[in-house]
Design a protein around this ligand. Sequence first.
Ligand SMILES: C[S@@+](CC[C@H](N)C(=O)[O-])C[C@H]1O[C@@H](n2cnc3c(N)ncnc32)[C@H](O)[C@@H]1O
Length: 253
Amino acid sequence: MSNIESKLKVVEQGWKKLKKLSTIPLDLKRVALIRGKNLEYLSDAGNVESLMLYLGLNDEGLEEFPESIHQYCGQGLRIWQYPIQFSKYLIDLGKLKIDSYLEIGIRHGGTFVATVEYLEKFSPLKSAIGIDIIPCPSLLEYKQIQPNAEFVQINTQSKEYQEWLKKHERFDLVLIDSFHEETQCRNEFLSVKDKANIVAFHDIANIKYPGVRKVWDEVKNTNEFECREYIDQYENIDLSYMGIGLAVRKERL
Ligand SMILES: C[S@@+](CC[C@H](N)C(=O)[O-])C[C@H]1O[C@@H](n2cnc3c(N)ncnc32)[C@H](O)[C@@H]1O
C-alpha cells in the first residue's frame, strides 16, 4: 500500500468511527467547584491539577491515564486532558487575560466548560464557542448558566464552516482538538491562522498522532508565534500521550 493510500485509509477509518460517536451528558453542577475558588487558589498549578480530578475526567482511552487517577474518570465534566499538563496550560492562559475562545472538537464538552469557567475567573469572556460535527446537548444546558457560551454543530471540512468563519472577525484563543490527522489538523490551523491571536493544539506529544506533531512543528517554524509546550507525562505510563502546544502571536504578548 502506498503512503497516500495508507493515509486515506486512516482518514476513512476515522470518519467511520466518528459517525458512531455519541456524547454523554456532563454533570454541570461541578462548575461550582471552579466558581467557588479565588484567584490565588487558581493560580497554583498543584491546586488546579487536583481540582481537575474533582471536576471529572473522560474515560475513553482509559489506558492512557495512570491507574492512580482512574477513580476520577468517567464522571463530572469528562475533561479529556491530563491534569498534569492542562493545569499548567490554564495557568498561563489566565495570565494572558483571554477575551474570546473557540474550541474545535469538543466531544462531551468538558474541556470547553472547564476552560471557559477558568478563563472567566481571570477576565470576562465576550464569547466562547464550541464546535463539533456531532451534537452536544450538555452545551445547550450550559448556556443557561453561562450565557456567553455557544455550541455550533458543524464539520470543519465543509464549505458551511468556511462561511460560518467569515462571520467572525477575531478569536483571542482557539484550541484545535478534533480529528488528529495531519491534513485536517493543518486545514483547521490555516482556517483560523489569520483570525486568532493564540492557537493551542491538543495531542502534540501523543505517540498515536504524529500528524499533529508535524503541524505543530510547522507552526513553530513560522516564527510568528511564541510557542510553549505542556507535555509532562505520568511516571507509570510507558508511552507519550496527549500534550498541549500553545502558540501566542508575538504581538499579543
Ligand atoms: C478528541 S475529541 C475532543 C475532546 C475535547 N476537546 C476534550 O478535550 O474533551 C475530538 C472531537 O472532534 C470532533 N471532530 C472530528 N472531526 C471533526 C470535524 N471535521 N468537524 C468538527 N468536529 C470534528 C469529534 O466529533 C470529537 O468529538
